[in-house]
Design a protein around this ligand. Structure first.
Ligand SMILES: Nc1nc2c(ncn2[C@@H]2O[C@H](COP(=O)(O)OP(=O)(O)O)[C@@H](O)[C@H]2O)c(=O)[nH]1
Ligand SMILES: [Mg+2]
Length: 376
């Protein structure tokens, strides 16, 4: 009878996954277990490596997701895909020690606990081998906010290594946000009844091979998670991020407009109008809109679409070009409507603002698909 399913979400873990399965097999010797690797169509071919392993070991399975990214949703889908009564989630890169699975399993099956998890900050844990003091600090800070906001008092609520009854997860799976990386925190904040939690100190290791995918600031990640929990159903998180970045772009556009007209050309701003003519205004506003667009591209790539971030010079230039093309309609409507309104003697600032609002709707609709989306 299947006892335990271990879910390993992966993205570019080709060189780690075989050793990870080997370590699981050694740690879980004598138990009826399976491992489900949930891979987001990694470019390095992680899924192929897992399939090769699976051919000679029926305990190994792979779910390959196409056109999708995200650790939390991968973990949720892996757990839901299992028939095992108890499920665990852990990193596939060797940072989480599989030996802890056995005492965790004992804690859950004893009936005394609903959730067992490995803490990097519990008494007896260590993070020295991690070799990332910056991230230790950031995690500590994020944990402190998490404790305060959720009322869940754990030493490491942002842990990515935990075990629970599949039924607990399944009962509330439809209410989980699945956004961001903090799936344990998401579960604890979502399940209404108090869960009995057992903490295990973890000696957090350095990753075996490859690089971390979750290096955007943990604090930012955490704030996104909170937003998603509270307001995500009203205004989708991604759109809210895009809008926030866009709002910053507004500041950039005005700053550049002011720089060009007031500082460089020395025009005066009187009664809602710059003193120069329409032509200089149009040229200056075009430059300003382009600057804002570039700024928005960079920030959206870093924050809004961090999970699908374009990296490297060539992909970035291509992405910028595509962003430029998809936004051309937006930019044209931005400039044209501002021009039209100005001709109707509308206040210059309002004319620019209306252009910006029109443009941002277009930009989100098109760029989410063509720059960072399935066709990206
Ligand atoms: N399926 C899937 N797995 C991911 C994704 N991002 C990260 N992972 C995996 O989640 C685990 C933790 O990610 P990692 O980059 O090691 O984050 P860190 O430990 O916080 O530095 C690793 O096994 C990654 O391969 C993703 O978008 N999709
Ligand atoms: Mg890791």
């Amino acid at each position: 009878m299947l006892e335990l399913s271990v879910i390993l979400p992966t993205f570019n873990e080709r060189n780690n996954i075989a050793l990870m399965v080997e370590r699981l097999a050694a740690a879980l010797d004598g138990m009826a277990w399976e491992v489900i690797v949930v891979d987001d169509n990694s470019p390095d071919g992680t899924a192929d490596v897992v399939r090769a392993l699976a051919r000679s070991d029926a305990r190994v399975r792979v779910i390959e997701r196409i056109g999708r990214r995200g650790l939390a949703s991968a973990a949720i889908e892996g757990m839901c895909a299992s028939a095992a009564p108890i499920v665990a989630v852990m990193d596939a890169d060797g940072q989480h020690d599989p030996a802890l699975l056995v005492p965790m399993y004992a804690a859950i099956t004893s009936g005394d606990y609903d959730v067992a998890y490995a803490s990097r900050f519990a008494e007896g844990a260590s993070t020295e081998a991690w070799g990332r003091p910056d991230r230790v600090k950031a995690s500590g800070f994020a944990n402190a906010i998490a404790r305060r906001v959720t009322g869940v008092d754990l030493t490491d609520p942002m842990s990515g290594f935990f075990m629970l009854h599949a039924q607990t997860l399944r009962a509330d799976a439809h209410r989980l946000s699945g956004v961001g990386f903090k799936i344990l925190l998401d579960i604890l904040a979502t399940v209404d009844r108090p869960l009995r939690i057992k903490e295990f100190p973890l000696n957090f290791a350095a990753r075996m091979d490859g690089e971390s995918k979750l290096d955007r600031t943990i604090v930012f990640e955490f704030l996104i998670g909170l937003y998603d929990k509270w307001l995500g159903r009203i205004i989708p998180t991604r759109f809210a991020l895009f809008g926030t970045v866009g709002a910053m772009g507004v500041v950039v556009q005005f700053a550049v407009l002011w720089l060009v007209l007031s500082v460089i050309l020395g025009e005066r701003f009187v009664y809602g109008h710059w003193s120069g003519g329409e032509t200089t205004f149009t040229i200056a506003n075009t430059i300003a809109a382009l600057a804002a667009m570039t700024f928005n591209f960079v920030l959206n790539n870093e924050l809004t679409y961090a999970d699908k971030r374009l990296r490297g010079l060539i992909p970035l230039i291509k992405g910028w070009a595509k962003f430029f093309l998809t936004c051309t309609i937006g930019i044209l409507s931005n400039i044209a409507s501002a021009d039209a309104l100005k001709r109707m003697h509308v206040n210059d600032v309002i004319a620019v603002l209306v252009g910006i609002v029109l443009a941002s709707v277009w930009n989100f609709a098109l760029s989410s698909k063509f720059v960072w989306g399935k066709y990206g």
